[in-house]
Design a protein around this ligand. Structure first.
Ligand SMILES: *Cc1c(COP(=O)(O)O)cnc(C)c1O
Length: 650
């Protein structure tokens, strides 16, 4: 154990400070103002941002475990959600005041980003002062929005908007139109040419006139991962000729005054502000043209795309963004004001469909490490003269490694190791000797890596060494269920230990999940420049839990997660700050095995019956004792009612 340390860790642990951890995990970059580190070396959460109050994340997790709430665990901080809504509205309010914009902002939350009922209910409540509405992208989301959104009483403000996007059939359109009778303000956004005649028919049949919008396919393209959401070949939206045809069709039906909104969405996580500006300029012109064509324009909906700085680098890297929320709001307001001033037309009510920027920060995923697998790096015994030449060569290489030759030594060691394997394959080396050769090779690698880490510049051929030498940390989590975008599109999320941050993390690891799928791992981590292939972690302490947190995961992850290997939903807890501390508002228990099995049509009672019959048979054949049979059945039954993840003592 201690000799392993001798090769790799050169700095003394006592000099490590909390500031070192802050810098290493870049917590200020991505976490400000919600996440920080306290003097105890634990991550803290300040759910109300700069407005005071903070919780020790480790203490919170311990308190929840005492309530028998197991890991992995999703913590949702309602106050963060409120703070994000406040911030977005404040940014638009500030921009509107600064530019003397003669209109308002009425944002909507895209339900697809996180449909969980408790979250949507919170969102509607927190959004009320700002008439913050919802955006539905499908029929089921429309049903959520209609039932959850409040409608204004006649004396109050105009009330929240309900933007209706996505593919629509007659049923969708009729429901949306009739919702006006309930006092809702649904705006049906035409995304496909066929929807125009459907809407005209439905409104004529029902005798209710709709409020309509048009989604334009802009030629301004997003960049990066979601870049294809715009452009001529985008899935949604009308091209300019299609927009002109829709206007003509509506005019002919005497419904042109229903057309009031222009919408565009150029993709999610737009990392460069220049892309947003280009889109705004193009949309501003189209808006002006629609006014000129006689539409009753009143709203401009700039869609989603407001980014989240996952790596805290403030760059146009895909995991970051090179602008602030205030920059974004200011650009939307300024560009549209200018476009309208040029044509001398009234400015529209501004809408954004910001999902990621509202929902990401409020949730934190906590999970524990089950164990690690380390590359063995003991200091090797000296090679004896009677040992095979290849082993003596490897030992000599090991001994000779220094700061001047470490790159050359790496190539030598690699070559000798490959030769040793060839010799083994041809029968010239026994298994013992091959084991000795491999151990020597790892010892060389460890020594070289310790030197390479001290250098400012690491040669390319040594970069893989970190990966080769990385420890594997086995985590009590399914990447497919809880961080699907990490698996599907290599999205980066900040991940760090939530405690021991006053100690130096001496290990370098990748994370391997519970599924028996080799893709179930996380081996890319945020870094100031680009990404890093290993994460700095602490060595496990016997009998002590080691908790990691994955942050900024409140958007898209929960609903996209899947049941690979039948790992179900995790436990989720809603936390609200109180003057005295915090309060658990809701506990949403994760799936039991019985529940996930029912998703694939296995009924618990018939499974149990089957098992019971088999034990009876085994009893009859005297293969099992009555006691064993009872024990087995009890375990089976208890499992059906329990969590799908592993249970570790707190
Ligand atoms: C997904 C989506 C959004 C949300 O985008 P974010 O980048 O999460 O803000 C908004 N509008 C439409 C039409 C979408 O498809």
């Amino acid at each position: 154990m201690s000799s392993e340390k001798q090769i790799l860790s050169s700095e003394s642990e006592s000099s490590w400070t909390i500031e070192d951890s802050e810098n290493l995990y870049r917590i200020e970059g991505w976490g400000d103002p919600y996440f920080g580190i306290n003097a105890a070396g634990h991550v803290t959460v300040s759910p109300r941002g700069d407005r005071g109050g903070s919780l020790d994340l480790l203490e919170l997790v311990q308190a929840l475990r005492q309530r028998n709430i197991g890991l992995p665990l999703l913590l949702r901080f309602s106050d963060i959600l409120e703070d994000r809504i406040e911030r977005l509205n404040a940014c638009f309010a500030k921009a509107i005041a600064r530019y003397g914009y003669n209109g308002t902002y009425r944002g909507v939350f895209p339900v697809k980003c996180n449909q969980q009922r408790h979250l949507i209910a919170d969102l509607i409540q927190f959004g009320q002062p700002h008439q913050f509405g919802l955006e539905a992208g499908s029929k089921p989301e429309l049903l959520i929005a209609l039932a959850m959104l409040t409608t204004p009483s006649s004396t109050t403000l105009p009330g929240p908007l309900l933007i209706c996007n996505g593919y629509k059939d007659r049923g969708y359109i009729e429901t949306a139109i009739l919702a006006r009778r309930l006092g809702h303000t649904p705006i049906i956004v035409l995304e496909q040419p066929e929807e125009v005649s459907l809407v005209i028919q439905a409104s004529q049949t029902l005798g209710v006139s709709p409020i309509l919008g048009i989604r334009a396919k802009l030629s301004a393209q997003g960049v990066g991962r979601w870049g294809t959401s715009a452009g001529d070949r985008a899935k949604f939206g009308l091209t300019i000729p299609e927009i002109l045809a829709a206007v003509a069709q509506l005019r002919q039906a005497g419904m042109l005054d229903a057309l009031q909104l222009l919408h565009f969405h150029i993709g999610s996580q737009i990392s460069a502000i220049s892309v947003i500006k280009d889109a705004l300029r193009e949309a501003g012109q189209i808006y002006g043209e629609l006014v000129r064509l006689g539409a009753n324009m009143a709203y401009l909906d700039v869609g989603g795309g407001l980014g989240v700085d996952y790596d805290g680098s403030k760059t146009n890297f895909h995991a970051s963004k090179n602008y602030s929320m205030q920059n974004y709001a200011s650009d939307v307001v300024a560009e549209i004001k200018e476009a309208c001033a040029e044509r001398n037309i009234p400015v529209p009510t501004l809408i954004s469909e910001s999902g990621r920027a509202i929902a990401s920060h409020q949730s934190v995923l906590i999970f524990d490490v089950l164990g690690t697998s380390n590359v063995p790096t003991r200091i090797p015994e000296a090679a004896e003269s009677q040992e095979h030449l290849i082993i003596r060569n490897l030992y000599e290489t090991y001994q000779g490694i220094d700061v001047h030759n470490y790159q050359e030594a790496y190539n030598d060691a690699l070559q000798f190791k490959n030769e040793a394997i060839s010799l083994f394959n041809f029968g010239y080396l026994g298994l013992q000797e091959r084991g000795r050769a491999e151990s020597l090779f790892w010892a060389c690698c460890a020594k070289i890596l310790a030197i390479a880490r001290q250098q400012d510049y690491v040669p390319d051929d040594l970069e893989d060494l970190e990966k080769i030498m990385a420890s594997i940390y086995y985590i009590n989590l399914s990447v497919f269920q809880s961080v699907p975008d990490s698996w599907a599109i290599d999205q980066l999320f900040p991940i760090m230990p939530i405690h021991r941050l006053d100690q130096e993390p001496t290990e370098r690891g990748i994370l391997a999940d519970l599924t028996c799928d080799s893709d179930g791992k996380i081996d890319q981590f945020i870094d100031l420049r680009d990404v890093k292939s290993v994460l700095e972690l602490h060595a496990l302490e016997a009998g002590q839990p080691y908790y990691l947190g994955l942050f900024l995961n409140g958007a898209y992850q929960e609903i996209m997660g899947n049941l690979h290997n039948l790992f179900g939903d995790t436990n989720a807890v809603h936390i609200r700050l109180t003057p005295k501390g915090y309060q658990i508002e809701h506990l949403v228990r994760g799936d039991t095995m019985q529940e996930v099995l029912s998703y694939v049509q296995y009924e618990a009672t018939s499974l149990l019956e089957n098992i019971r019959r088999r034990t009876e048979q085994a009893l009859a054949e005297q293969q099992i004792t009555l006691e064993e049979a009872q024990h087995f059945l009890e375990n089976y039954e208890r499992s059906l009612r329990s969590y799908t993840y592993l249970v570790n003592p707190a």
